[in-house]
Design a protein around this ligand. Structure first.
Ligand SMILES: *Cc1c(COP(=O)(O)O)cnc(C)c1O
Length: 470
């Protein structure tokens, strides 16, 4: 074999094998078997292009143009190309419901059921008794009625869709009263005033940013008003000299003035988190009991299920939503119904079962002390890597996705200090490959919050860090 100094790059490039020759070279046969001729061909072309580019800069040796060297690069390229875009990652950010990482993880038992059922035709919108069409969302609706105490329920693609639908169905061309303290913008350009305009409703602000009183609503009710809307201030809190009107009072005003009252809860809790040390979110059941016409919330926030928008309330109001043309446009995928039904069934077993079996709840409610063994296991697994120092530290985790806003949850993180990489470089290396790890990078330090991953992820993280320090 040649060495790097023996020949001129131009001369080396002339040794570059032809694509056609490589494709019939027995070296490449196993790759073609494993992948396909088309994929191998694409990768060979890319590798040859790369070699030509490097050759033009004088950066290749005659070893690089050997078919065996090309085969190695093609193999690496094929492996990288086979990594799916939507790949499993390890969430070490300490943000339990991380929108960038798909919000709430699906419970393992729910994932198993999904895996089994997606392969078969599914009873979705048909009555087995009669063979007649109907009942598309009834599987979830029955459970939602039971779990929230509502008279009726339905499901759409997400809570933004739910809000749009209920405004269109109940308040088109009419005014909707909303406190100026609740004109929220949720991440990803979801602004309540915009959704209202899109739904054809007219926003009528009441009160001021920091204080809204019951009388403000009462005085604003005129002939044009169809709805009183309350929106959970998911990603901020108004603190200081503040006042807001609770949902019971709004429902009382609604009854008296015969206007619809709607509560957009954002997160939609079915278990009492405040009683378990995580205040800040009200229960769906409480808003229903207060007498709301409709209550809407997300399926993939604190509920711990698939992306979906859930609407519960009176039969009359829910039926109006179901009959609206937008309902068809916002209809979820059958996989959503399967995952949501399976998640809701877990709640039937009671709050303790839900916390034990739904990862989003378990991760949110875990005490800092209960996380220490995992932090210690991770630090131990990383022990002895040359160039790496680890330290267990307290860390402020977050619920995320606009749940329990601005309330830090005492957590534990492992701080990783590399003497070879900057924090940014180190984090980028952690995020590379088939199973990226998403760390916290702050103040030029890399930390892994152990609240948001599982014990079984510890060896995976350790293997990756060892690979980085090779
Ligand atoms: C998150 C949130 C939404 C949007 O819900 P998606 O399910 O993300 O569409 C709407 N309203 C409030 C108050 C929220 O917190």
């Amino acid at each position: 074999m040649g060495s790097s100094t023996d020949r001129h790059p131009g001369e080396i490039l002339r040794q570059l094998p032809q694509v056609d020759r490589l494709l019939v070279d027995p070296l490449f046969a196993p790759l073609i078997d494993e992948h396909s001729r088309a994929e191998v061909l694409e990768q060979i072309r890319m590798v040859l292009d790369d070699l030509r580019a490097r050759g033009a800069k004088g950066q290749i040796t005659s070893d690089d143009v050997e078919p065996s060297a090309i085969e190695k690069m093609v193999r690496v390229g094929l492996t990288l190309a086979a990594i799916p875009y939507y790949r499993p990652v390890i969430n070490a950010t300490g943000v339990v419901l991380h929108t960038g990482l798909g919000r709430s993880p699906i419970a393992p038992e729910v994932a198993d059921q999904l895996g089994e059922r997606v392969r078969h035709p599914l009873r979705v919108e048909i009555e087995p008794e009669t063979g007649q069409r109907g009942g598309r969302d009834e599987g979830c609706a029955a459970l939602l009625r039971e779990l929230t105490g509502a008279e009726a329920a339905t499901v759409v693609n997400n809570n933004a869709g739910a809000t749009l639908l209920l405004l269109s169905a109940l308040a088109k061309d009419k005014k909707v009263l909303l406190s100026r303290g609740e004109m929220v913008e949720i991440g990803g350009s979801f602004r309540i005033p915009d959704i209202m305009e899109l739904g054809g409703a007219k926003l009528a602000g009441v009160g001021t940013t920091n204080r809204t009183h019951a009388a403000d609503y009462e005085n604003a009710v005129d002939d044009d008003v169809a709805m009183i809307l309350k929106v959970h201030t998911s990603n901020y809190r108004v603190i200081g000299f503040t006042e807001e009107v609770d949902i019971d009072t709004l429902c009382e005003i609604g009854r008296r003035t015969q206007r619809a009252v709607v509560h957009d809860l954002g997160s939609g809790c079915l278990v009492d988190l405040a009683a378990r040390g995580r205040p800040g979110e009200s229960l769906v059941r409480d808003s229903v009991a207060a007498g709301c016409d409709l209550v809407c919330f997300s399926g993939d926030k604190l509920l711990g299920g698939p992306q979906s928008g859930i609407i519960v309330g009176t039969k009359k109001a829910v039926d109006k939503c179901r009959k609206h043309p937008l309902y068809r446009a916002l209809r979820p995928c059958r996989l959503t119904y399967v995952a949501l039904e399976a998640t809701l069934r877990i709640y039937r077993a009671g709050p303790d079962a839900a916390i034990a079996r739904i990862p989003a709840l378990g991760r949110l409610l875990a005490t800092a002390e209960s996380l220490e063994p995992r932090a210690e296991a991770l630090a131990a697994a990383l022990h002895g890597i040359k160039g790496l120092a680890t330290q267990i530290e307290p860390h402020g985790a977050l619920a995320g996705s606009g749940s329990l806003p601005t309330r830090e949850i005492e957590s534990r993180a492992v701080r990783l200090t590399s003497d070879r990489h900057s924090a940014t470089e180190f984090a980028a290396l952690l995020r590379r490959g088939a199973r990226p790890i998403f760390p916290i990078v702050r103040d030029d330090v890399v930390r892994l919050d152990v609240r948001t991953f599982d014990d079984e992820d510890v060896p995976v993280i350790a293997a990756k860090v060892r690979e980085i320090f090779g």
